[in-house]
Design a protein around this ligand. Structure first.
Ligand code: ADP
Ligand code: TPW
Ligand code: MG
Length: 574
């Protein structure tokens, strides 16, 4: 039953439902991504009545991924709300993903009666959710009393945003919602969090140390990570790159921080700059697996010195010695570096920048030839050459991308021109972020969204195309349909079941979209693909394009096949 808050005002009482709503609104949180059910159905309804946006998904994991990416886009916690035990667990994957990626997010889950859960007497959807959540997020809280709702959410918001951002869990036992208290005391108990993500100035000595190192560098390189995109210090980062004249490499979600066509972008010469650089400045990027841990063949034999800017002090030396750690928020650190550099900064030796430029020219020319094909069936290059053209025409498009080959080729082929326009699988390389990220991108930015999805990747969240149609969102999903995971051609080796990596031949994902009233296209050539995407973007209507890709054109695991363990026994023998 829906109760209007004003009734309570008259009686000078307020309940848990409305205290939660007011606690969120007081902190400028107006959107919730959820799946309803006991005990939070009415909470969602009341949120809507009080003017919040509550979007309902078909699976909590997708609502969670939407919340996670909205945290990244807005520098404000994205909120996901779920029911107890199974709904909570479905949302938890996304909370862990947000924490791993340093995105601020709050997962609010309803839970069963504490007395029964703690005695394990078998309540409806019984689970000790707080204990389960704790190891998978930055902080986890349970609110038992209405008068603690203000404090509880203040802690959650500060937890998600301060220092290294991440996920916070808030456990809401069903009983809390119906609790009442005096209206005025309730309102006074709420907390507007002041400065939840305080500036963290770097120490002057750390800044001087870094500048001294940079002055001696002969082959310097800047690496921009998604922390730099998150920080929203776009103008200062651009100034730093341009004033130093240092070639830079964007990590995938930092693409577009400066346009990929920038003369200093070293992306098309990635292998060369990683191998040959002598001094590397990491800005909001970790030396994790995505950068081969800063070691091995990728990094060559040159003895490198690392400068690292990060808000998290313990990130330093995690994989390599950091000679000049700069701990602080990226905006403040970049500003401090610019101040310390002064006006006469000498550009890197031209022998270095020329070497990078030559390699770039060769690779750009090679790529241009490969994407200029109109093969049918399409290969990844032909199809992505088209998508590349679309983003050049409309750089405001939010590009969502997942898959293996579909991800790896898209990342290198599609140039980005504006910050925070590329949303992908993140640090885990997780499949399933597609539709949740697309929905949040549409809701949070209002821009057109283009999701480039492997057919396997799409399957993890595909049911949300109903959600896309229901809210009539300007999302165009392109399914790169190669009939399987990595490829559609694996043989079944005479065993009973079909190969583990292949799907139904000739599947028509476009018809799924039509089932919900959206527009479907089935295309087999780059020209058809180009026309279909253009029409979709102009129409702003929910669209799914089934793009038929040559089943044989991908490779195992895309670019990271080397990470597969090897058996001494061949697959055929075993
Ligand atoms: P990528 O995958 O793009 O290389 P990572 O997720 O590995 O990026 O790294 C992001 C880093 O950015 C994290 O170590 C995180 O602590 C840091 N970070 C996030 N926001 C800020 C900020 N505002 N200031 C400083 N560092 C930040
Ligand atoms: C949650 C493992 C990595 S990539 C991939 C899987 C299943 C799908 C690749 O096929 P797709 O792309 O999307 O069709 P393409 O172009 O190469 O054919 N479960 C989760 N995350 C991951 N990463 C996997 C499984 C995986
Ligand atoms: Mg595939």
């Amino acid at each position: 039953m829906v109760v209007d808050a004003s009734q309570h005002q008259g009686g000078k009482l307020i309940d848990g439902f409305h205290l939660i709503i007011k606690a969120l609104q007081l902190n400028d949180i107006e959107t919730v991504y959820n799946v309803p059910g006991i005990p939070i159905t009415d909470l969602g309804r009341m949120m809507q009545i009080e003017g919040m946006r509550v979007l309902s998904f078909r699976h909590e994991q997708n609502a969670g991924y939407a919340a996670a990416i909205s945290g990244f886009l807005n520098k404000k916690p994205g909120v996901c709300m779920t029911v107890s035990a199974p709904g909570f667990l479905n949302g938890l994957t996304a909370l862990a993903h947000a924490t791993t990626n340093c995105f601020p997010m709050i997962l609010i889950s309803g839970s069963s009666e504490r007395e029964i859960v703690d005695l394990q007497q078998g309540d409806y959807e019984e689970m000790d959710q707080l204990a389960v959540a704790k190891p998978l997020c930055k902080a986890a809280y349970r609110i038992l009393n209405a008068e603690d709702i203000g404090i509880g959410f203040a802690r959650a918001i500060r937890g998600a945003l301060s220092g290294r951002p991440g996920g916070v869990y808030v456990d809401i036992p069903g009983k809390l919602l119906g609790q009442t208290m005096d209206y005025d005391s309730g309102i006074n108990s709420l907390i507007e969090v002041i400065d939840p993500s305080p500036k963290h100035l770097p120490s002057p000595a750390a800044v001087r140390r870094a500048i001294e190192l940079l002055r001696k560098a002969e082959r310097p390189l800047i690496i921009l990570g998604k922390g730099a995109a998150y920080a929203q210090a776009d103008a200062d980062i651009k100034t730093l790159v341009e004033k130093t004249g240092i070639p830079y490499l964007p990590m995938s979600m930092a693409k577009g921080l400066l346009p990929d066509t920038h003369s200093q972008s070293a992306a098309p010469a990635r292998s060369l700059v990683l191998r040959e650089s002598d001094t590397v400045i990491l800005i909001g990027a970790r030396l994790n697996w995505l950068l081969s841990h800063g070691k091995g063949k990728t990094w060559g034999s040159v003895n490198k010195k690392f400068v690292q800017i990060d808000i998290e002090p313990t990130e330093m030396d995690s994989n390599r010695q950091i000679c000049a750690p700069i701990v602080g928020d990226i905006g403040s650190c970049v500003r401090a570096l610019l101040n310390e550099m002064g006006d006469n900064w000498s550009l890197p030796p031209s022998s270095w920048t020329k070497l990078v430029q030559e390699k770039k020219n060769t690779n750009i020319e090679r790529m241009a030839q490969r994407i200029r094909n109109n093969n049918v069936p399409m290969d990844y290059h032909g199809a992505l050459g088209v998508i590349r053209k679309i983003i050049m025409e409309r750089p405001d498009i939010m590009l969502v991308n997942e898959g293996a080959n579909t991800l790896d080729f898209a990342r290198s082929i599609i140039d980005m021109f504006q910050p925070r326009k590329r949303l992908d699988v993140g640090t885990w390389g997780v499949m399933g972020i597609g539709m949740g990220s697309s929905i949040a991108a549409a809701i949070e930015t209002g821009n057109p969204v283009l999701a480039i999805e492997g057919d396997s990747a799409f399957g993890f969240s595909g049911m949300e195309i109903e959600t896309i149609c229901r809210y009539n969102l300007p999302i165009c999903v392109v399914v790169f349909n190669n009939g399987g995971i990595y490829r559609g051609i694996d043989e079944n080796n005479d065993v009973k079941d079909i190969s583990t990596t292949v799907f139904v031949k000739g599947a028509r994902y476009d018809i799924m979209m039509e089932a919900f009233g959206g527009k479907g296209y089935n295309v087999s050539s780059p020209d058809e693909l180009l026309n279909a995407v253009r029409e979709a973007i102009v129409s702003g209507q929910p669209t799914l394009i089934n793009a038929v890709i040559d089943e044989a054109s991908g490779t195992e695991s895309g670019r990271i096949g080397n990470l597969n363990p090897q058996s001494i026994i061949s697959k055929k023998e075993s």
